[in-house]
Write a protein that binds this ligand. Structure first.
Ligand code: PLP
Length: 400
């Protein structure tokens, strides 16, 4: 009998973290590796945010805080949700956690019983199904296709709902595809949800500020106010403010759910780092002027990567609306053999051969629930992206 819990046997380690770690190891061993696996901005946290953290340290704000956040941060989150999303929440409806990941995890832990189903559009962020499994629920994927630009349709959503469905996890713009639902597309989905009052929505708005061209970000409770009472609006400072290491995420929703999440957090991590919370207050309340130029820089990189990948015969790469990922299909390359003699049987063998033969690290699509594809994170310099895409082009051209 294993010493480890049954719950652990249900989940796998994060494949994206595994790829990033492998790329770092190969680099440390002296190999010429370009890592396109990491899901974080390549620039530094803005100076005003760092200064706020340093000021917090000097002011002695270094003690335990309320389990789900200091009042000042909850207030800043309420102001942000009103200002940017037209959503009215009180501080008692807000939960702050150690990263968006913990907030989502707390919500699932607080609500799932064995047999409860959670709808997850695929391709999905790698952690959703595993967090559902850890919390004892059943992930039910709804597969979006390349043909629908990686977005699920209202009919698919309708067909996936059962009496056991508890949540729909909704993520737009998406990790790993960058796909963003327009207001009309989202409204068509919320119309379905309005017909099923037992289904709640957990919306992961982490990439809100990374949206390009004329794409208008919107979130379910904003598009359909009728869903407000059964929506948990989740967001965080990690991606928009380049604060992945600070570990601050948040959720807003009905008070009883927020109280249940608080209970879990008070018995696990106690509270998010006090210093990071003060930094997040500054991130949300301080100047927002760098968000647009950052998004413009990412748009340029997206266009660079999409055009270089689409120039490859056998690779199809839709233009995503946001985030910093693209998710090209390699359907036409399956069955071929690489220059070094590796047979490409699936996206995992493609990515392994690509890393071994060219030093470019990307994440295979099977990790995100839709194959054969791979995910490129373009949150790195133009030079690195150009070099990496040139290597991918040569690798694919040499396939026979
Ligand atoms: C869709 C999505 N949600 C949540 C997170 C987690 O963010 P955090 O670093 O704040 O935990 C990520 C990070 O990769 C993500 O891509």
């Amino acid at each position: 009998m294993s010493f480890l819990s049954d719950a652990l046997s249900r989940v796998k380690p994060s494949p994206t973290i595994a790829v990033t770690t492998l790329a770092q190891e190969l680099k440390a061993a002296g190999q010429d590796v370009i890592g396109l696996g990491a899901g974080e901005p390549d620039f530094d946290t803005p100076a005003n945010i760092k200064d706020a953290a340093i000021a917090a340290i000097h002011a002695g704000k270094t003690k335990y805080t309320a389990p789900d956040g200091i009042p000042e941060l909850k207030q800043a989150i309420c102001a942000k949700l009103a200002r940017e999303n037209g959503l009215r929440y009180t501080p008692a409806q807000v939960s702050v956690g150690s990263g968006g990941k913990q907030t989502l995890y707390n919500a699932l832990m607080a609500t799932l019983n064995p047999g409860d189903e959670v709808l997850i559009p695929a391709p999905y962020w790698v952690s959703y199904p595993d967090m559902v499994l850890l919390a004892g629920g059943t992930p039910v994927t709804i597969e979006a296709s390349l043909e629908t630009a990686f977005k699920i349709t209202p009919d698919q959503l309708e067909a996936a709902i059962t009496p056991k469905t508890k949540w729909l996890i909704f993520n737009s713009p998406s990790n790993p595809t960058g796909a963003g639902y327009s207001r009309a597309e989202l409204k068509a989905l919320t119309d379905v949800l309005m017909r099923h009052p037992h289904v709640w929505v957990m919306t992961d708005d982490m990439y809100e500020h990374l949206a390009y061209d004329d794409f208008e970000f919107c979130t379910p409770a904003q598009v359909e106010p009728g869903l407000y009472e059964r929506t948990l609006t989740c967001n965080g400072v990690s991606k928009a403010y380049a604060m992945t290491g600070w570990r601050i995420g948040y959720a807003a929703g009905p008070e009883p759910l927020i109280a249940a999440m608080r209970k879990i957090q008070s018995q696990s991590t106690s509270n998010p780092c006090s210093i990071s919370q003060w930094a997040a207050v500054e991130a949300l309340n301080g100047p927002q002027d760098y968000l647009a130029p950052n998004a413009e820089m990412f748009r340029r990189r997206r266009d660079l990567v999409v055009s270089m990948l689409n120039a490859i015969e056998g690779v199809t790469c839709p233009v995503p609306e946001g985030a910093f990922y693209v998710y090209p299909s390699i359907k036409s390359l399956i069955g071929k053999t690489s220059a070094a003699g590796t047979r490409i049987t699936d996206d995992e063998s493609f990515c392994r051969a690509l890393l071994e033969e060219t030093g470019v690290a990307v994440v295979f699509g099977a990790a995100f629930g839709l194959s054969p594809n791979f995910r490129v994170s373009y949150a790195t310099s133009d030079e690195a992206l150009t070099e990496a895409c040139t290597r991918i082009q040569s690798f694919c051209a040499a396939l026979s």
